[in-house]
Each structure stands twice: as structure tokens, then as C-alpha cells.
Design a protein around this ligand. Structure first.
Ligand code: PDD
Length: 292
């Protein structure tokens, strides 16, 4: 089946999908985006992704691209349907629109909306079984990390640095040395007392949709959760750690800055959470992202 993209009111072959060279997303990164997975054609936490997209738009004063939330939901579902793919992920991008290049934008511009569909990213057995490594670096991004902006140059540079060094992710520290999140994911540690710690919501991090699910599952399972700042040093001496993102789900971390956590093996709390997480996605979509 041909890959189809939605671009400003039209469904077109992906290869022909294009926007103007004067789109403000292209020239100024003046826009926002969402990435969400779908299984059996069902979006995982679709409502929360749309809520976050609308919030990001509102924070930047970009109008909603379509007349209603339902219309947006329809375009996303229809793009998934036209791609004839049961499992995968969507990319939704909204920019302020097209205008001759000027830092000052005009009121009443028509936002550009693009939706694309990609192939499922499979859970990596090696990562789940053996764990992964992260390093920490000062956060060189802007101070509104709560907005899912398409201005991702710092994230691109940081994630590439991690990859070149053979690490799964880079955790970013603020001016006080506290970890905000990863370049493309949220960050968590589990203390030696079994407390799940992750930075509280606010301008330091993106309010991850997987983060919501993981914290709800942990609380339901009776795992103590603390939403607070923690340093790289605290992470280096944690019992366990992990990261989360929509396409990567949850991934265990067994080394932070080359310091081994616990016995260096994937910990019991992560295993418990991962099992709950896999089950919860199956309950919502009927699809098992991981089978053993
Ligand atoms: N990234 N923090 C950052 C900086 C991210 O880029 C992401 C996700 C997250 C996790 O958010 P969520 O759980 O809603 O996916 C946190 C996506 C997947 C991306 O840019 O591809």
C-alpha cells in the first residue's frame, strides 16, 4: 500500500508531500509537534497527545489548525487508515504558517498542518534484557522545555553525541545540576529504598505521555513515587533507572556516567513496571508490544 501523508487539507503520496519554502516552521522552527504510537489502528493515549498539542499551540499563540478537536482527531485517524498499517507511529506538525520571512508574525495567519505515518519501532529485546547506558551533560536547550517545539537542534546534537559514544541517551542537567529529562525522553531513578523519583512537571521538562502512564501504574502498584529534582550524582548511585518515550516505551538504564547501578543488571522494580506497562498497552489496543 502506498504511504500517504496529510498536508494542509489534502492526502497525498508521502513522496510528493511538501510545504512552502517560506513556511515558518522551515525558516524559524516556529511550530510544534507530537509523536504517538498506534496499535491495531488505535492511538495510544490519543486524547492526551491532542491535549498537549493544543497546549503547545496555545503557549505560542498559534491558532488551532482545524475548526475543532474532533476534526483534528478525524484527520489523524484518516491518515492512519489510508496508510493501511495496523501498527506504527504518527508525526503531527503544526507551524504558524507561510509568510515572507520576518521575525514578526502577522495575526490571522493560517497554520500549516502535516500528519505522517511511520513503521512501528519494535521493542529491542537486548535493551530490555541487558539495560542501557546514559551520560549526563548540561542542558543547552531553551527554558520552555514544556512546549513540544520543533526547534530540536540542541536535542539533535546531544542525542548524536550520546550515539557516537555508544550510549542510549543523554540526561540533561539544569543550571543547578538537577536532571531535567533526556534529549528525547523522560528520566527516572529508583532509590535504594525503592522510591521512584522523576523531576516534577514544569518548564524543565516535557510532560511526557508515557510518563503519565508509568506514574499511574507505579502508584496503582503501591510503588512510592516522588516527583522532585535529583542530581546526576544521585542518579549515579541509584538502585535502578529508566527512561520513557512514546516510540521507545520504557527502557532500563544500568549505567549512568559509566557508574554501574546496583549489580549492573536490570532491576526488579523496572521488570515489574515493564510488565504492567506492556499489559496496559494491550488492554488499550489489543496488541502486545513485547512477548517473552
Ligand atoms: N520525544 N522529553 C523529550 C525532550 C522528548 O522529545 C520526548 C519524546 C519525551 C517523552 O514524551 P512522550 O512520552 O510524550 O513521548 C520527553 C518524541 C518521541 C520524539 O521527539 O520523537
Amino acid at each position: 500500500m502506498m504511504r500517504i501523508a496529510y498536508v494542509n487539507g489534502r492526502y497525498v503520496p508521502h513522496a510528493d508531500a511538501a510545504v512552502s519554502v517560506e513556511d515558518r516552521g522551515y525558516q524559524f522552527a516556529d511550530g510544534v509537534y507530537e509523536v504517538a504510537t498506534f496499535y491495531n489502528g488505535i492511538l495510544v493515549d490519543g486524547g492526551l497527545h491532542i491535549d498537549r498539542l493544543l497546549r503547545s499551540l496555545s503557549e505560542l499563540g498559534i491558532p488551532q489548525p482545524l475548526s475543532s478537536r474532533a476534526a483534528l482527531q478525524h484527520v489523524i485517524s484518516e491518515t492512519i487508515r489510508r496508510n493501511g498499517r495496523a501498527n506504527g507511529y504518527i508525526y503531527v506538525q503544526v507551524t504558524r504558517g507561510v509568510a515572507s520571512r520576518d521575525h514578526v508574525y502577522k495575526r490571522g495567519m493560517r497554520p500549516s498542518l502535516v500528519v505522517t505515518v511511520s513503521r512501528e519501532k519494535k521493542v529491542q529485546a537486548k535493551e530490555i534484557q541487558n539495560g542501557t547506558e546514559v551520560i549526563t551533560r548540561p542542558d543547552i536547550r531553551w527554558l520552555r522545555r514544556d512546549i513540544k517545539s520543533i526547534a530540536l537542534l540542541p536535542n539533535v546534537l546531544l542525542k548524536n553525541e550520546a550515539t557516537v559514544l555508544g550510549k542510549r541517551e543523554i540526561w540533561l542537567t539544569d543550571e543547578n545540576g538537577y536532571i531535567c529529562e533526556g534529549a528525547v525522553s523522560n528520566a527516572y531513578i529508583i532509590t535504594k529504598k525503592g522510591v521512584l523519583v522523576t523531576r516534577e512537571e514544569g518548564v524543565h521538562l516535557l510532560s511526557g505521555i508515557v510518563r503519565h502512564r508509568v506514574l499511574a501504574l507505579a502508584r496503582e502498584a503501591g510503588i512510592k513515587v516522588e516527583e522532585r529534582a535529583f542530581t546526576a550524582k544521585e542518579a549515579e548511585s541509584a538502585a535502578e533507572a529508566f527512561l520513557s518515550s512514546s516510540t521507545g516505551h520504557i527502557v532500563p538504564v544500568v549505567r549512568v556516567n559509566d557508574k554501574q547501578l546496583g549489580d549492573g543488571k536490570v532491576g526488579a522494580t523496572f521488570k515489574q513496571l515493564f510488565a504492567l506497562y506492556v499489559d496496559s498497552i494491550e488492554v488499550d489496543t489489543g496488541y502486545r508490544i513485547w512477548t517473552v
